[in-house]
Design a protein around this ligand. Structure first.
Ligand code: ATP
Ligand code: MG
Length: 335
């Protein structure tokens, strides 16, 4: 009887794993989306270069960090060498140029925390946000993409977690829950902490890539093609990792005193960062250190209401992974 039970559990685990795999596969953007993104970027480059010949355009965010699901908007950074430019003026000028080239829904949001121009390209159907001189975002995009190149389980886990967060309404920074960027960092940190580790700490290794952006030195090991075997001693499957991830955030993380840090590949203390009390609007109720802007807590958007929502969602997800007969359905049920 015991053997029969064990066999059933085992077949459940295989079944769940296969289901998580197919959810992951269904979220991967098809190749033709990449082609359309390139097409739009080329058009934008042509328009921008007429006005600012020295400027360059970079893709960042989910269209470039390999954590983008199908039909995402694209994020573009316009890099204008001159640091003293008036961003609002440039954005308004840019909006003018784009409008006269038949791009649609062009809007300059000059007062946003990150000022941008929004647009929709009627040819490819892609929507796009353009920001100015936000090169740190371009560099953290590269860091995320390089981590994704080490072990496929990171991309699988992050797709599942992002899909869960969107389905459950906890991927809304304006409502006090976390950004996609924060969730991906949580996944990287989690895989750095597995025993044996599935991911290394790239910023703790010999730097093969180094740039200075806004006086911050950003350096890390980026020859990730040499690290393809790094996680091979750990045989955990995607279903086990999804369970482990939610279990960690539901029952394992010390919210009172810990900060997760991809930069150091470990957990560090709130005390060390002086993140122990509320300063202005930063409450530090869940602490996620930005890998380059180390004074930034990506959990700073979380308030005393949304922390409850988040933790209840982590517990719900962990319990589903533990007890539900069909976790792959229940996990993503709309809230
Ligand atoms: P989605 O698929 O939900 O659009 P995304 O990867 O584009 O996900 P966002 O959270 O929209 O993620 O952020 C876009 C990019 O902006 C990130 O990849 C990151 O480079 C940068 N970014 C976002 N939030 C921050 C932040 N608080 N600090 C620094 N960089 C950030
Ligand atoms: Mg985005």
């Amino acid at each position: 009887r015991n053997l029969k039970w064990q066999m059933e559990c085992r077949s459940d685990i295989y079944r769940h794993n296969a289901q998580f795999h197919s959810i992951y596969e269904s979220l991967i953007p098809p190749e033709e989306e990449k082609v359309k993104q390139k097409q739009l970027l080329t058009l934008l480059e042509k328009l921008v270069c007429k006005e600012w010949p020295e400027a360059r355009l970079y893709l960042y965010g989910s269209c470039a960090n390999s954590f983008g699901v199908s039909k995402s908007d694209i994020d573009v950074c316009l890099a204008i060498g001159d640091a003293d430019i008036n961003k609002s003026e440039v954005l308004l000028k840019l909006a003018d140029i784009l409008q006269s080239d038949n791009l649609q829904n062009v809007q300059a949001l000059t007062r946003a925390r990150v000022p941008i121009v929004k647009l929709m390209d009627p040819v490819t159907g892609i929507s796009c946000d353009i920001c100015i001189n936000n090169l740190l975002a371009v560099v953290n995009t590269k860091l995320l993409r390089d981590y994704a190149g080490i072990d496929v389980r990171l991309r699988q886990l992050a797709f599942i977690v992002k899909h869960w967060a969107k389905s459950r309404g906890v991927n809304e920074t304006y409502q006090g829950t976390l950004s996609s960027y924060a969730y991906v960092l949580m996944c990287i940190h989690f895989l750095q902490q597995r025993k044996p580790a599935i991911l290394p700490c790239l910023q703790g290794m010999r730097a093969t890539y180094s740039v200075t952006v806004d006086d911050k030195k950003c350096a890390f090991f980026d020859q990730v093609e040499n690290l393809r075997d790094f996680g091979s001693r750990n045989r955990e499957t995607i279903a086990q990792l999804v369970w482990g991830f939610f279990n960690y955030w539901a029952y394992g993380h010390d919210y009172t005193s810990s900060v997760i840090s991809v930069r150091t590949g470990s957990v560090i203390s709130k005390l060390e960062k002086d993140w122990t009390r509320r300063v202005g609007n930063d409450r530090h109720l869940i602490c996620i250190e930005d890998p380059f802007e180390t004074s930034h807590d990506l959990g700073r958007v979380v308030d005393k209401f949304s922390i409850k929502v988040l933790r209840e969602e982590f517990e719900r997800a962990a319990d589903i992974m533990h007890y539900a007969p069909n976790p792959c359905v229940k996990l993503f049920e709309p809230y």
